[in-house]
Design a protein around this ligand. Structure first.
Ligand code: CA
Length: 292
């Protein structure tokens, strides 16, 4: 049994969406409810916050410079140098009760991110969208409850996606040429007592690392057999997401939250909302950048 260590005591309300930026060797992450983007440099242990002005659900690097965000109002560019946000597409302008949540880029540089209802009541209110490099947006998965982790395999033929309330990781056939997906099926059904699947990363052996909301850790699964291979324990119950980074992509960074915890629970887990870290034997894979 392995346990991650607290590396940054930041007490985020809803720390989320870590992603390693190979351009600067830094970890971007977000605090959704506080409307903040963060930049963490493990070399100096310095963490810098950027006020976004609206809820921010995910962050990815942009090939032409800067970052892309999925915010409450849609897909947006973000230039951290001048702290400028520019919304480029808002597929749910007619749904002000929704916001964007987790997402990532596919191997062809399309940016996928999904939505959910702000009050998290209607578990069919969300949609998973795909933003093409030319700015076009297409809905890909309808009737989503809480759109979360998304990754692609090294052969670019399978996409894995988490709609948290289902407590499953689903697989889709994925066409890297067109960005079309098909043949949805269950890859992993989360064992009882492990909470809810949230964010997710994929390693160089095509195994999945699933953050466990209300599950005190991150679990490694074989998505072909559905078997649980390993669990990394975290001293915080609300584990939200994880990302490989550092030299050789062997450092796993894990975000957590304080949301949904009462005073008593927070007293019992004072590190909640912190960033955790563990060194692994297996390496991750670099995250794709948005090609637009
Ligand atoms: Ca999440």
């Amino acid at each position: 049994m392995s346990e991650a260590s607290l590396i940054l005591d930041v007490r985020a309300t809803l720390g989320e969406g870590p992603i390693w930026d190979t351009r600067e060797s830094v970890l971007w992450w977000i605090d959704i409810n506080e409307c903040r983007l963060h930049r963490f440099d493990p070399a100096t242990n310095r963490n810098e916050a950027f006020e976004i002005g609206q809820r921010v659900g995910t962050v990815v690097p942009r090939a032409s410079g800067g970052l892309m965000l999925a915010v409450q109002d849609g897909f947006a560019t973000y230039d951290p140098e001048i702290r400028k946000l520019g919304v480029v597409a808002d597929p749910e302008a007619h749904l002000p009760q929704n916001r964007f949540n987790d997402g990532k880029c596919d191997p062809a540089g399309r940016f996928w991110a999904g939505t959910l209802e702000l009050v998290e009541e209607d578990m069919t209110a969300g949609t998973l969208y795909c933003l093409y490099p030319d700015g076009r947006v297409e809905p890909r998965v309808p009737d989503v409850g809480i759109s979360n982790g998304i990754v692609w395999t090294s052969d670019k033929e399978t996409m894995y996606f988490i709609d948290s309330p289902t407590r499953r990781v689903d697989a889709f056939d994925y066409d890297n040429e067109t960005g079309e997906i098909s043949n949805r099926r269950t890859a992993i059904a989360l064992p009882e007592g492990m909470g809810y699947p949230d964010g997710m990363a994929i390693d160089s052996e095509d195994k999945l690392w699933v953050a466990l909301w209300a599950g005190w850790g991150v679990a490694r699964f074989d998505p072909i057999t559905g078997d649980l291979l390993e669990k990394i324990d975290v001293k915080a119950s609300q584990v939200t997401a994880c990302a490989f980074g550092g030299p050789g992509l062997r450092d796993l960074y894990i975000t957590t939250a304080r949301r949904d915890l009462d005073d008593e629970a927070l007293k019992a887990q004072p590190d909640a909302g912190g960033m955790f870290h563990i060194k692994l034997d297996v390496a991750g894979v670099p995250s794709s950048e948005y090609a637009g």
